[in-house]
Design a binder for this molecule. Structure first.
Ligand code: ADP
Length: 528
């Protein structure tokens, strides 16, 4: 929520003057396009400019809007009282809009939440603009300027023109001035250029020519690029695309082109404005939904990082305590103590399992935050496998899995020891978990340029439909009730192997077991 800022006289005065000019110039432009009853225009950007200015820089800038509205109405021939009435309505609209959005909408002007977009639509675009339209029409009536019977069309034109200002112009200013964070992706600039081209192309196709023929009369053609913009470029895409399309559509319709052209220009613009209001609201809502989703994922990742880090500390202490106790009990070695040793060993197994799960979570957060630079040193893969088998001896025994290790050729390279430990532990651990009771074969082959590690089991295997998916984050191909786990091990393994410039693959038939193959270049230079 934007709070009222402390007064800064010089800056405020400058803000008021700038708002005055922006209001006056854009109002003058709007009034060039066929105003209903001479005053109620269907294109009224100043409403959006005033609302954005007050929201961003504080309500104290209202005199800029008042003076701008007053001058422009005097210039187009309103009497002083009528111009004053209209200008008061316009100013109250901006003040009320700001107040409603802050107080009732608890508005965040970055438009990153669906609630903010809804507040802007309901409280700003639909609610506050009715004030200006009502006071404006009443002023014209009181001044005797309004022909009888056209109050409603005038009110409607006024209201819709202002509404579009709040839905198209205000969001454009809010987003580009506040600049909410946008996730960086590859090929962003070329994509933005392609999207811009498509938007303008579609806009011109629909609104840039006398479109008699069937398909090109369809205004809905603008929705695909509009949604593309909102989905891929969030608020930036939504507000810019809506603004571009609106500008093309209004210019085209004013020149007599496009699907909304009717008997009179006011009629044409009326239908166009309703269409554009719906398009703008849709794009803003989609962009907010995308931003909410991105934020939810960020929050989850951050939580994972903090939680796993915090959980690790007491667990390490606990494991240390268990180890010490076990050492002491084994030294004493009486029959009574054997029971205690068994119980403590079970506790240790559970604590180790917990430790494995937590370090998986910790590794996830490291990968997400891009801290997966391998720390390379001279490593013998055969020794790593042997260490891993020793570490998992208890688990392998429990699963009744014998392991056969075969090494051919030299299997040394420049790798991150700790990280490769994790990959090997995970593949052998999975072979025991999903292939219990059956033998496991581990093969290392260093006869070629790249070193190959193969872990084969004869367990439950993996359905071909799941084979690509299980290398992704949180993906599993077994039921949670049958087998515990987060579905992170293979994803982490893939990331580690890829960070070494290698690859991991799988061959499997359901019921016949799995063979996981890891191919590793021996060093950074050996990566092609
Ligand atoms: P987790 O084992 O914790 O679920 P992993 O990322 O290690 O997570 O594995 C993802 C999924 O791949 C597992 O849930 C399981 O469905 C499948 N999987 C992995 N290794 C094997 C294997 N050796 N045999 C059969 N299925 C496996």
């Amino acid at each position: 929520m934007v709070e009222e800022k402390a007064p800064r006289p010089a800056k405020d005065a400058l803000g008021i003057v700038l708002l005055f000019f922006a209001y006056f110039v854009t109002a003058r432009l709007g009034l060039l396009i066929d105003p209903v009853a001479g005053f109620a225009t269907l294109v009224w950007p100043p409403t959006g400019i005033a609302l954005a200015a007050l929201l961003l820089f504080g309500k104290r800038l209202w005199p800029g809007a008042l003076a701008g509205a007053l001058c422009v109405n005097l210039v187009i021939g309103a009497s002083l009282p009528v111009a004053l009435g209209i200008a008061t309505g316009n100013t109250l609209e901006a003040l009320a809009g700001t107040w409603l959005l802050w107080r009732i909408g608890r508005f965040d002007a970055r438009l990153e939440r669906i609630d903010d977009v809804m507040a802007l639509i309901l409280l700003g675009a639909i609610g506050s603009t009715a004030i200006s339209a009502a006071i404006g029409v009443a002023s014209l009536q009181a001044g005797g300027t309004l022909r009888p019977g056209i109050s409603w069309p005038t009110f409607r034109a006024w209201w819709l023109g202002d509404m579009l200002g709040d839905l198209v112009v205000a969001p454009l200013l809010l987003v580009w001035i506040l600049r909410p964070a946008l996730a960086r992706r590859r090929f962003q600039v070329p994509e933005a250029v392609a999207l811009g081209g498509l938007l303008v192309g579609c806009g011109l196709l629909v609104f840039g020519r006398d479109s008699e023929s069937g398909l090109l009369r369809l205004p809905y053609l603008i929705f695909p690029p509009l949604l593309w913009a909102a989905v891929r470029f969030a608020q930036y895409g939504a507000v810019t695309a809506t603004f571009l399309i609106s500008a093309i559509a209004i210019a085209g319709t004013t020149l007599g082109f496009g699907p909304f052209v009717q008997g009179t220009l006011s009629e044409s613009l009326l239908h166009l404005q309703i269409f554009l209001a719906v398009a703008a609201a849709t794009a803003l809502t989609v962009a907010a939904a995308i931003a909410e989703r991105t934020r939810a994922v960020d929050v989850r990742d951050e939580f994972l990082a903090i939680a796993s880090h915090e959980l690790r500390t007491p667990l390490t202490a606990l494991l240390l305590y268990i180890q010490t106790e076990l050492r002491v009990l084994r030294r004493i070695g009486s029959a009574e103590q054997n029971d205690a040793i068994n119980r403590l060993e079970t506790t240790q197994r559970m604590a180790l399992r917990l430790d494995k799960l937590i370090s998986e979570l910790l590794e996830v957060s490291r990968i997400i935050w891009g801290r997966l630079q391998p720390e390379r040193e001279d490593v013998d893969l055969a020794a790593l496998v042997q260490d891993s088998l020793a570490r998992q001896q208890q688990q392998l025994q429990q699963a009744r899995c014998s392991v056969h290790l075969e090494v051919e050729g030299p299997v040394r390279g420049q790798w991150d020891r700790g990280r490769l430990d994790r990959v090997i532990d995970n593949l052998i651990g999975n072979a025991a978990k999903y292939g219990a009771g059956k033998p496991i074969e581990v093969r290392l082959d260093g006869r070629k340029e790249n070193v190959l590690l193969e872990v084969r089991d004869h367990g439950i295997g993996i359905d071909p439909a799941d084979q690509a998916r299980i290398f992704e984050r949180f993906e599993r191909a077994v039921s949670r009730r049958q087998y515990g786990g987060f579905g992170l091990g293979l994803w982490i393994s893939r990331k580690i192997v890829e960070a070494h410039g290698g690859s991991i693959s799988l061959m499997s038939r359901p019921g016949a077991g799995c063979t996981f193959s890891v191919e590793l270049p021996r060093s950074l230079d050996a990566q092609s």
